[in-house]
Design a binder for this molecule. Structure first.
Ligand code: ACO
Length: 307
């Protein structure tokens, strides 16, 4: 009966065991996971665009090969995550449709433009860095397929982060113009990266429940703090300045005080009014339409094989 099912589910989660697709789970747990995993998958797919636009403009063959491989990795992450969401009883078609009709979201960060080559370094260092801080704890998420997908994704993200850092380090230690380009990229990507962690805890709709169910393991503000503390020494090695006059070590807290991102801006960007939202969605829609023949051919081939 319902009560014992709920008790058994709660006990499983409390014991740090994994919930698997065939297990009974509360409907709100299933829905919440679909929401988060789908949003994560869409982010990986839309996230190919800001970097993809620099593949043809990479300054050397080596940098081009690295960037190409990285963008392909992001596509791979999107595909694992769609597959993880599908284990919860939703189809890929439904997920793609929800993105294209704006019923599901993707990360705010991918609505900012990549204006210079240094932005590719800043994305690797900061955006993939934030992704790792957010996603390493998700390797311990209570839902097995999501947790397992995160293990591989985090290994690849950490490689991406290092390549971005190395790229930015090269620029920051190059000519004065290259250093200025690296600083400008940090100036523009810092606050949007802090905003990736979501609204402050007091305004986070899903955190309490997600933490109770061990979907999320830490709150948005806890992870944002961890990210700032990680970046400060890394910026020092780069010789770049984090654009925050309020940034300083607080010995009492054992953490850095910092200026939070503009959460009104985050809300606007989430609601579709960021610098590149329209462009990102138009591009995704066009790519989906252009790929229709591939889906039709694959379906025809599958039917033929089944016969
Ligand atoms: N961009 C877009 N939407 C956001 C963002 C953001 N940076 N932060 C929060 N939101 C949305 C939430 O989806 C939620 O809206 P919804 O109810 O319509 O889904 C609303 O704002 C309120 O936020 P929270 O209640 O705090 O949402 P949640 O508990 O899901 O926390 C978080 C947000 C931290 C992003 C969480 O979903 C998460 O950890 N997701 C997995 C990681 C991920 O998706 N990363 C994507 C970018 S990293 C990359 O792809 C390289």
């Amino acid at each position: 009966d319902e009560l014992t099912r709920v008790e058994r589910f709660d006990a499983l989660v409390a014991a740090e065991e994994k919930v698997e697709p065939a297990d009974w789970m509360p409907e709100a747990y299933r829905k919440g996971l679909i929401r988060q995993i789908a949003q994560h998958a869409h982010s990986e797919i839309i996230g190919m665009q800001p970097e993809g636009s620099w593949i043809t403009r990479a300054p050397s063959l080596k940098r081009k090969a690295i960037l190409l491989a990285k963008v392909q990795d992001e596509a791979g992450h999107g595909l694992y995550l769609y597959a993880a969401a599908e284990t919860l009883g939703i189809t890929r078609d439904e997920l793609v449709d929800a993105l294209l009709t704006k019923r599901q979201k993707y990360s705010s960060i991918f609505n900012y433009p990549t204006l210079s080559w240094a932005d590719i370094g800043a994305i690797g260092w900061l955006v993939d860095g934030a992704a790792i801080v957010n996603q390493v704890p998700l390797c311990r998420c209570s839902y097995g397929p999501y947790a397992r997908a995160m293990v591989r994704i985090c290994k690849e993200e950490s490689f991406h982060q290092r390549q971005g850092y190395e790229l930015l380090h090269t620029l920051a230690h190059g000519t004065a113009a290259q250093h200025a380009m690296a600083q400008d990229a940090l100036d523009r990507w810092w606050y949007p990266s802090l905003a990736m962690f979501g609204p402050p805890d007091a305004e986070s709709t899903h955190s309490a429940r997600s933490i109770q169910w061990k979907i999320k393991r830490f709150s948005n503000d806890e992870l944002r703090q961890r990210f700032v503390d990680m970046c400060v020494p890394q910026a020092a090695v780069l010789g770049l300045r984090i654009p925050d006059d309020g940034l300083r070590w607080n010995p009492d807290r054992g953490a850095h005080d910092f200026t939070p991102p503009d959460f009104d801006e985050l809300t606007r960007v989430i609601n579709g009014d960021g610098p590149c939202n329209a462009e990102r969605m138009a591009h995704r829609r066009a790519a989906h339409d252009d790929g229709a023949w591939v889906r039709e051919a694959a379906a025809a081939y599958a039917r033929k094989q089944a016969r």
